[in-house]
Design a protein around this ligand. Structure first.
Ligand code: NI
Length: 234
């Protein structure tokens, strides 16, 4: 459960003839998270060493996630990022090189966001609609700049703290304890511990009746520009 596309054949066809907007709009089946028990897995700071492994695990479960990528790392992983998009994952912005945006001027923030949005659009054909500010560091100036770039700010309500303890069982326990309907779960696809925990996490969430969706889906398909979200609970 949880894929946007009905059949494998369609998914394969889409991956082969990847023509973003038109094909996307026609075949897109939004998931109604007021009917379905939704949860969104999110991965920050990639693409990197373990991203391929994450994609493989997600594919095995027929599940989708949202990748908040660092703009400057996209060109070095073009085929991987294209694959992410083709497999139904949402690709979103985690800025160009991960500064605390609150320490920058409005113009510098604009540059961080615009460079990243253009690079993602160049590779996937789709401009990202979501930004996750590094360290969750945000103020009014940051939020306005995100709004100007045509995106919304995405935080989280479940923090696995994987970067801190680097332990697969602790990553799993955070998710098990804290996840509710509408949760946005924060992980990082550059840690092995999270990759080791991912299969167990997805199996657990599926057993509890959750459907894994993208962040845009959990926000009802139309997150508002310049608004900050911690979860899909409304
Ligand atoms: Ni980060």
């Amino acid at each position: 459960m949880g894929r946007r596309f009905g059949g494998t054949a369609l998914g394969v066809a889409l991956a082969l003839t990847f023509a973003p907007s038109a094909a996307w709009a026609e075949d897109y089946e939004p998931i109604d998270c007021s009917e379905v028990k939704c949860v969104a897995l999110t991965f920050d700071d990639g693409p990197g060493r373990y991203t391929k492994r994450y994609l493989k695990i997600l594919r095995r479960h027929d599940a989708v996630a949202t990748f908040f990528v660092i703009g400057s790392q996209v060109s070095g992983h073009k085929s991987l990022v294209k694959k992410m998009a083709a497999e139904g994952h949402e690709i979103a912005s985690h800025t160009w090189n991960h500064p605390a945006l609150t320490s920058l001027s409005g113009a510098q923030i604009d540059k961080q966001l615009e460079r990243t949005a253009r690079r993602i659009e160049k590779v996937t054909g789709v401009r990202p609609a979501l930004v996750r500010p590094p360290y969750g560091s945000m103020n009014g100036r940051v939020l306005k700049a995100i709004g100007r770039s045509g995106a919304s700010a995405i935080l989280w309500d479940v923090d696995t703290r994987d970067w801190e303890h680097r332990s697969a069982s602790r990553v799993f326990n955070h998710v098990k304890r804290d996840t509710r309907r509408g949760s946005i779960i924060l992980m990082h696809d550059l840690h092995r511990a999270s990759a080791d925990a991912l299969d167990r996490i997805i199996t657990h969430l599926e057993r509890r009746g959750f459907t894994l969706v993208t962040v845009s889906d959990i926000l009802g398909g139309q997150p508002k520009d310049g608004k900050a979200y911690h979860s899909g609970l409304r």
